[in-house]
Design a protein around this ligand. Structure first.
Ligand SMILES: [Zn+2]
Length: 135
């Protein structure tokens, strides 16, 4: 199924920095504890850095101590796309932006975090852009 935002690889390379491209378009992972939003508590909306779609809200961000921004629920379940990922000898669930197909991170469940969903959307900071509330 084609994404609503559908750009060529060349266009993405032009619009994104090399670091953004490596994560968003090549499913890379930023090093833990290095992303700009790992410990951010600012209220606001986290948008897809590639297409600007609203993905997560600060109210569902929690301290997972895993080194990446973690959310227990997307802003809207239609905002993200979940795909089985069998890379690296593990079965994981990849999280992508449903609007442009860019890689965001992975979602893990049943880890025992005290959140309403017991899910951890483990998202790369570089895949997001925080729009602070009231600005
Ligand atoms: Zn997107």
């Amino acid at each position: 199924m084609p994404y609503e935002v559908n750009k060529s690889d060349e266009q993405w390379r032009e619009e994104l920095s090399p670091q953004e491209y490596a994560v968003l378009r090549q499913a890379g992972t930023e090093r833990p504890f290095t992303g700009e939003y790992t410990d951010t508590k600012t209220e606001g909306v986290y948008e897809c850095r590639a297409c600007g779609a609203e993905l997560f809200r600060s109210g569902t961000k929690f301290e997972s101590h895993c080194g990446w921004p973690s959310f227990y629920d997307p802003a809207d379940s239609d905002a993200v796309e979940l795909i089985e990922d069998r890379a690296m000898g593990m079965v994981r669930t990849e999280v992508r932006c449903a609007r442009c197909g860019s890689h965001l991170g992975h979602v893990f469940a049943g880890e025992g975090y005290p959140t309403p969903t017991d899910q951890r959307y483990c998202i790369n900071s570089i895949s997001l852009r925080l729009a602070p509330a009231g600005e």
